[in-house]
Design a binder for this molecule. Structure first.
Ligand SMILES: O=P(O)(O)OC[C@H]1O[C@H](O)[C@H](O)[C@@H](O)[C@@H]1O
Length: 434
């Protein structure tokens, strides 16, 4: 039984060729992926993580998570891009809105705002805190600056020796400035394997330590990823939803749909959108190719972007995530006078109203010539999160190979960095700007 469903009822009629016709190419590329024959083949370590993650390191992650919870009220997680979005997406996906957790997780180093960091330092003054600094390269500017500043605050508060017991560094096994700092100071370290790129690293310490520290059941998360691993080992489009998704978005792209929007009807999905955008945007957007990936939270954005989606340029399609079971719900009460004219909804669950909004919107957008793909997920739990992460990762590798780009590099990201370093006067960048 599939843990998540992919329904193409509102997409097929737009396609001049059905995704199943690509089965031959998909099977070929499945072998390219699994036999590591394609571009970027030294970055396929994520593929087997659900079955061969490092058990010793995982045991240390769980120990460290316990220690953090014992010692601190706040864990500051420093990282950007792939070293931030997976954990953030997981926390948002799994946390109950407004519920205060025993350990508060705060992210830093995911931008360079002085306002944000100054206020964070202020906030941390009277709190016990620990730091998990995450950077695969160990040299990314945003997290490096945030770490320098927060490390100083931690050392001033607890002294160098105790601060050392409160810093956890997740980085490369042997290189990079963060590696050097961590080794030199004797911080506990977690390794991002050489063959796992940032945006494919959620199932390593990058995602698992912050999530375990937050009290999330990471055993279940890994089990979900393992179930997805098993299911997507067979390339047949009759059972491999990851490849069916990849094939469908590829065909829509061929038919001049240039934008894909990931859409959810629950606020808990908003950061999954952000993680997904990095995954697909950095993996496919190169050599002047690739879908532009955007996202929306409905029904909120139906009151802003909704007009464009219904009626603007016809270059987009939507992938909608529906959550089948609500862990909590609320009934709409009856009012005697019905002044707000809502009695027609009395006794109805809010989840029911939300679902009708989803159905009505899909119908309207389809009528407006926007193909809709529907992904049904059962509920917000760790198992489903792990499953979904692996589903999208596998779909992404296939998608990128379908348009013949290397899914695992991101050369374009360096262009702005060079200019920024030149403007900041960094050594070695003197002659960049003419
Ligand atoms: O983990 P790091 O090496 O610090 O990298 C963090 C992020 O920044 C880079 O610029 C890349 O565009 C991302 O792919 C990466 O996830």
């Amino acid at each position: 039984m599939a843990h998540i469903e992919l329904l193409l009822n509102d997409a097929r009629s737009f396609l001049s060729e059905q995704p199943e016709s690509l089965q031959g190419r998909i099977t070929e590329l499945h072998h390219v992926i699994h036999e590591k024959l394609g571009a970027g083949n030294d970055f396929l370590g994520w593929l087997d993580l659900p079955i061969n993650y490092n058990r010793n390191e995982y045991a240390r992650i769980l120990q460290a998570a316990k220690k953090i919870r014992r010692q601190s009220e706040v864990l500051v997680v420093i990282g950007i891009g792939g070293s931030y979005l997976g954990a953030k997406a997981g926390l948002e996906f799994l946390n109950e809105p407004f519920k205060k957790n025993q350990l508060e997780i705060i992210f830093a180093g995911h931008q360079m705002s002085g306002i944000y960091l100054a206020n964070l330092l202020e906030y941390l003054k009277n709190k016990d805190f620990s730091i998990n600094v995450i950077s695969k390269s160990g040299t990314t500017t945003e997290p490096a600056i945030a770490f320098r500043i927060l490390k100083k605050a931690l050392e001033e508060k607890y002294g160098k020796d105790e601060a050392k017991e409160r810093i956890y560094a997740t980085t490369d096994r042997q290189k990079g400035a963060l590696y050097t700092v961590a080794k030199e100071n004797g911080y506990e370290m977690f390794i991002i394997p050489d063959d796992v790129g940032g945006r494919f690293s959620v199932l390593t310490a990058v995602g698992l330590l912050p999530l375990a520290a937050a009290g999330i059941n990471t055993d279940q998360l890994l089990k979900g990823a393992e179930e997805a691993y098993d299911r997507f080992m067979n390339p047949s489009l009759t059972t491999n939803e990851a490849y069916l998704y990849a094939a469908t978005r590829y065909l829509l792209y061929q038919q001049d749909k240039k934008v894909e929007m990931l859409v959810g009807y629950e606020p808990n999905l908003l950061y999954l959108n952000e993680w997904w955008k990095q995954l697909f945007g950095e993996s496919e957007g190169k050599d002047h190719k690739g879908l532009f990936v955007a996202s929306a939270g409905f029904s909120t954005d139906l009151h802003s972007l909704g007009q464009y989606i219904q009626d603007g340029e016809r270059h987009l399609f939507e992938t909608v995530i529906q959550v089948k079971h609500s862990s909590k719900d609320i009934l709409i009460p009856e009012e005697e006078q019905d002044l707000d004219e809502l009695n027609y909804l009395k006794g109805k669950k809010l989840s029911y109203v939300n679902e009708q909004a989803l159905k009505g919107t899909m119908m309207a957008h389809k009528d407006g010539m926007v193909p809709n793909l529907l992904i049904n997920i059962p509920r917000f739990d760790s198992f489903t999160f792990g499953y979904l992460i692996y589903f999208f990762e596998k779909a992404c590798a296939m998608s990128a190979y379908l348009i013949d780009v290397n899914p695992f590099n991101q050369p374009g990201v360096e262009a702005y960095k060079k200019n920024m370093f030149a403007l900041l006067g960094k050594k070695g960048y003197e002659n960049i700007i003419k």
